[in-house]
Design a protein around this ligand. Structure first.
Ligand SMILES: [Zn+2]
Ligand SMILES: [Zn+2]
Length: 285
């Protein structure tokens, strides 16, 4: 328990949730990961996957330990599960919501609106947890320090329309996980981002498109702010990470297509895996 560092994927899909047969094996919920680090829950993104994470955490919360949620950005697929996150309505729970604080953008108001009419019948008084909003100034702050020496650092990647995203690096006891979703990098990451990711034990990387869809077809997706599998593989090998998990799949892609993507990726980076809803991975030294 003291040295535990695990990650569970609760939502792996991009753009919008896809219930149904075609997404049964890898899951249809949108972006959300739960890290359990020496008993400390840390959640990355609050897409519909966070709903299951909330049910999982209910009854497991330790008094005096806050749940820290870090949002990469506020696109709807990354926040839409928040009003259904059970610990929000638990008077014993304490929640800290970290999000990109961008000048001139009313991000906190936008997040609060999720709980207010007309989007929701709840009001802010209906939230029973002790909830704290914590803006992160991109580029201007050191890592957030949590209990047990856990560090959560962020770096701004500005290719994602229109406000960019935060890439997160979670470090604990000599081990590092990087979460880089909604990133487009046709020529690979810039050196500062490469340095930020370098040597991670596990990289979870946006893999929304196959190459044919990104650059060909009637409506090429270049400029949409997302990676191809080839970009994910390239970044993983240039950054020298140990394991790569493909993530943020296009909602139109079936399980069978994802398996084809995996086979392609493994030719260039053998330690590639598909993020799968419900899957837990232990990060060992
Ligand atoms: Zn997204
Ligand atoms: Zn996005």
């Amino acid at each position: 328990m003291k040295s535990q560092f695990s990650i569970t994927f609760f939502g792996v899909r991009g753009s919008y949730p896809v219930p149904g047969r075609e997404a049964r094996r890898y899951g249809g919920n949108t972006s959300s990961l739960l890290l359990e680090i020496a008993g400390q829950p840390v959640i990355l993104d609050a897409g519909t996957g966070i709903i299951q994470a909330g049910h999982y955490l209910s009854g497991r919360l330790q008094p005096g330990r806050a749940i820290h949620i870090f949002l990469t950005h506020l696109h709807i697929d990354h926040i839409m599960g928040l009003p259904f996150f059970a610990p929000m309505f638990d008077p014993q729970a304490e929640i800290v919501l970290h999000f990109p604080g961008i000048e001139g953008v009313r991000s906190q108001e936008a997040l609060e609106a999720l709980f207010l009419p007309p989007y929701s019948p709840i009001t802010l008084q209906g939230i029973k947890a002790r909830l704290r909003f914590q803006p992160l100034a991109p580029g201007a702050m050191g890592p957030v320090l949590l209990e047990s020496g856990i560090e959560v650092a962020h770096a701004l990647h500005d290719s994602h329309p229109r406000l960019g995203v935060l890439i997160y690096r979670v470090s604990f006891d000599g081990r590092r996980l990087v979460f880089a979703t909604d990133v487009e990098s046709p020529g690979g990451f810039d050196p500062d981002i490469r340095d930020f990711i370098a040597g991670a034990d596990l990289l979870v990387h946006d893999s929304q498109y196959v190459e044919e869809e990104y650059s060909g077809g009637v409506r090429p997706r270049k400029g949409y702010g997302h990676s191809t599998v080839a970009m994910a593989v390239h970044n993983a090998s240039v950054c020298g990470v140990r394991r790569l998990y493909l993530f943020h799949y296009d909602p139109k892609y079936s399980d069978a297509m994802l398996e084809e993507m995996l086979a392609q990726a493994r030719l260039a980076f053998p330690k590639t895996y598909l993020a799968r809803e419900g899957k837990t991975i232990k990060i060992r030294r």
